[in-house]
Each structure stands twice: as structure tokens, then as C-alpha cells.
Design a protein. Sequence first.
Lengths: 349, 343
Amino acid sequence: MKTDENPRTSPDGAPLLELDDVRTYFGHGSRRVHAVDGVSLTVGPGETVGLVGESGCGKTTLGRTIMQLERATSGRILFEGQDLAKLRGSRLDRVRPGIQMVFQDPRGSLDPQMRIAEIVGEGIRAVGRPARKARADRVAEIIERVGLSTEYLSRYPHEFSGGQLQRIGIARALIRSPRLVIADEAVSALDVSVQSQILNLLVGLQQDLGVSYIFISHNLSVVEYMSDRVGVMYLGEIVELGTAADIYNRPLMPYTQALLSATPEVVDDSARNDSAQGRRERIVLRGDVPSPLNPPSGCRFRTRCWMAQDICAAEAPELREVEPGHWSACHFSGQHAQGHTNEPAEALS
Amino acid sequence: MAHGDRKLSAPGAEVPGAVVGAPPRELLSVEDLRVHFTTKRGAVRAVDGISFDIQPGGRLGIVGESGSGKTVTAMSIMRLLDTDGMVTGGSIWFRGRDLMQLGEKELRAVRGNDIGLIPQDPMTTLNPLVKVGQQISEALHAHQRIGRAAARERVVELLRQMGMPDPEAQAGAYPHQLSGGMRQRVLIGMALANEPELLVLDEPTTALDATVQAQILSLIRDVQDRTGSAILLISHDVAIISQMCTDVVVMYGGRIMERGATAQIMRNPKHPYTAGLIGSVPTGTRKGTPLTAIPGTVPDPSAMPAGCPFATRCDHVMDRCATAPPYSPLPDGRKIACWLHEN
């Protein structure tokens, strides 16, 4: 047996962020929602980890829990070695600037009564003239870095388009040089042509600054493009985790297969489909995602899974490393028709 | 190429690009449609002279970003524009009748009967105080002489065809008791209640999760195969259009930029806007390879540039673009509004 049950697959050295069995519950008793239910994950320096899943899967709550906008019910959230879940007050405030967030709706997340310079510079305290000058310089530098003109700094949010506002939101997130940025559906509200501008900007910033991203989205193709590794979430759990290539070319978990199959492609018979696994069969799942108030016993996906057996209702499958760096929470991962994935399954024992 | 307009939307064409002599009669034919909106900032040309048609049983998609005029086009066909919107020109022929000339009573006979609408948001379209079964039977009673028992049977049958589990019980549910996907099934059932010849779908899956979206798209395809209705599918998502439609109209700034067979346009877009739109979809692009981004943002509809609306964002912009390019056929059957392709 492996001694280390935590999927620690960050590319090199110490992880920047390490989640260990993190749970975030809301409510009490029978109305208790297990929004995040035992997530373990690492994010390495300069790495992008994507989180995909449908509404109610817990991806946003997980992001907010890491950001300390929600407090974890249990588990450890190690950021640069410090357990954020244990920190309070000023000690938490000292660590916090290292993690920043970019939100889905830039119009709703930026104060309409503040000028752009104030919005972007708000995170820097500046007392005295030299400090204010330094802050103004920093604001100007960062606003140009996100592709906007310094002329905009004296304007108000309503004067900008959605794409420009998202650039401002990114500038605001970057002003204190965070090591980790959590982007929660950061491009979902934008028109497609603007969305790609923002994705290009985020990739460019990462190359320059070495910042890590947790990139949360329901949009699979955007997550594939952005991510080094991807975690697929379902009803509060990570059900599959691996490199973007693993997840998109050789999905192990039936839910991941269904999710990928559900995503229409622009040119349906592209070379990508031919090379991956032959043409993917289109899988159409029955039913909706069950309520997180009352998740199914055992494997939470079993009520919609075409491969479900008795064991799936009886026993919750562990997230286990089926091939190096590729984790799946399915009783049958590594056994069934995934072709050439035999030897890693042996390496496990 | 005088018959260039007819090349669109051949039903069931095996090779969509290779359609030659199209059937003589269109189900729906939109000619030079113009819709203006009065806003605080002046008149906005939301739709600025567009023409397209759909054959019986055809599958046409309209793709565009916000402000392109795609939803306004759909609502004009249904004659359901908001009061501040006005059709200022053009005609909408449906089976030989100009919908623009019909009175309210005649329109009601067309809406929901000959043309069914499936709106974007299943949350707000259903009446929250009325059981869904009753809402569907209202649609039946509006257009058919049908007894209550027969209507009830038909409602259950429709819900069953929509893939709703336990349709007898679901007919007695209120909208809030159903999930988003189930509500959308109810709306599709309602739109199909009177077996319309044309289904107008305005972003039918935008509010839904990916796996539910796949269910609904598959249901729409089944329904279309079974009933032979034509569909007009409006979406911001080129991939959905690509999967669902044989033909596509690409709109921007209230005008048609390019239109033709979907397979042809997705593989080989000719208009710089279409190329940018397809290139913006990151599917299959490796990280580190910059995406084809269209610079700038969609111009404010009240400040649309004169001439080609895409000129302010186009890499190929020339002096000529200050005048609107004609909407001309290409040898391969598509039509395009771009000076690059004018000799």
C-alpha cells in the first residue's frame, strides 16, 4: 500500500498550496450541505490547476475556502507552509495578500463609486507622500501591464466594457504580487472574442510573474487550455485529478468521460478526436445532479453512471493513483476498457 | 449566382456544402429586416438589413456575440419585440404570408401553432403559480378544439416524449419543484404541443449545466427527426451551432457577416470576424500558444461605426471599409459581407 494518500503531484519541489482533506459544510443537522467534502490537492509554484464541474459541485466553495472567504469545517490548508485554517486575525491578514481572487462578474465585484486608481490601489496602504507616490507608480505600472492606458485611472467602472473591467479586476488582484490567484469563472461572463484576450493576458502574466493559478470554470475547453493539471469535481469531491492531457485524452472516471462527451466541438471530426481515442462516443447521462443535501451513498455519481454495480452503492471509492500522477475515484478505474493503462495499476500495489 | 439566397438550409442534405438546386419554396424567408430601438442615447439599429431563409425541416443557426442582433431577429420573427423596438423595414415571409402585415389576432394563430418559441431562461418563462401540465394544456386549448381529458392525456404524452420520468406526476408539479433541465423540457413540450413547422430556439441551453445541455440538445435533435419541424437556433456558442445546424448565419453589429453551410464555414471561415470567433475557442489549443483574439470590444450599439461594423476591430481594415461592403455570394455557395472578397 502507498503510505501517502495525498495526491501530491506538483511538478517540482515543495507545493505552494497543499489542501489536506478539506471539508466545508453549511447549515446543521438534516439541512447540512457538504459543499466541499474531503478535498486533497496541491498547487505548485507557477502551476495552474483547473477545477471543473457542474453547478453545485463545490468548485466555487473550494476556491472561497482557500481564500478564507469561507472557513473550512475541517482539514488543513497549507499555504507556503502555514495552515490558513488555523490562523485568525492579524496573523491571517499577514498571509492573505499572497492569495488573490478574480471574480466572474467584474461589474458586480468592483465598487461603482470608486475611481479605477482607487480600486486597483486599495490593497496597498500608503501613509505619507513618498508612499502615496510609490503606490501611484505601482498602480500605473500594473494597469499598463494588464493592457489598459493610465488615462483610465481617473474614470469610474461604468465607463468600461466587461472585458476592460475584468482587466481592472486582474490588476487589482495582482497589485500586491500574490503567489496564488484564484480565478473563479473569470471569463464566463465575457463574449467569446473578449474571453480569449483575457485568457492570453492571464497566460502572459503567469509567464512573467511566475504566479500560480487555481482556474475554476464550468467550461472544459477553457480549463484545458489554461491548466497544467485538472481536478474534476462532483458533489463536493474531486473525482479525477491528473495532467490536462491525462484528463482530456484518457479520462478514467465515467463522469469525466460524460462531461467531455457532453461538450460540443466546433469541428466535430477534428484531428484531436482521431488521435485521442478514436472518435469519442457521445454519452448522454440520465437525470440531473442529485441534491448536495442528500447525496447518494457510496459513489456519488452512481445514480447517473451507466457502469454502476452493487459495490458502488455500498462503498465510496477512494481517489487513488491509477497511473502515475493520474488519480481517479472509481471502483473500476484501471480495470475497464481504457486500453493501454495496465502497468501503472500494477505499480500501485 | 442569382439563386444564392436559396442555397441555405436544404433539409437533410448529406453534404451540406454541395446543395445545388434547392427546393422552390422556403418555409421562412426574412428579407432586408431592419429593427430600431429607441434608447436614451438615440436610435439604435439593432438589426440592419438582414436576409436569410429556412426550408421546411431545415436547421439554421444564428451565431453572434452580445449586441449582434441575433435575439432581436428571433423576437421580430415572433413579433414579440419590446415596445421600444420597432421593425422599420423588410418583410418576414412565413409560408407565403408576410408576418409583418398580420394583425394581433392572426399573429396569435401563428405563434405557438405554426411557430413555436423556446426561450433562453426556463426559470422566468413559466408561470410560477400554475402547474406545468396546465400550462402545456393552455397551449393546446389556445389552438385546438380538444376536450379536457384528451388534453390531459396529450400533456402526459408530451412530457413522456420529452424524457421526463413519471410524467403523470410531473404534470402536477409547479415550476419551482423542477430542475432547470426539467423546466426546459416542459418548455420544449409546450412549444411542440401544436406540432409547429418552425421551432425558434433562443439560447435554449445557456442556463444549463454541460451534461444537462447535452440531454436537451439530444432531445431537440430527436424531436426534429421525429416531427420534421424546421429549427432556427440562436446561440453565442459556435460549437453548439456546429453540432446542431446544417447552415449558419454569423451576425455582428446587426448585420450578417457570413452565411453558408456550417461545415464549410467552421472549417474554412472567410470573413475575418468569423475566423476570429472560431479562433477564440480554445479547444485543442496548447497552453502557451496564444489564442486568436479579436482586439477591442463589441462597439456600443448606439455608436456602431458607419460602413462595416467590424472595421474597428479588424486586422484587415482598409479605406473601403468606411462604406458598408455588399453582401455577395462566393463561388462556393456562401454569402459574405467583406471587401476582402469583393473584386
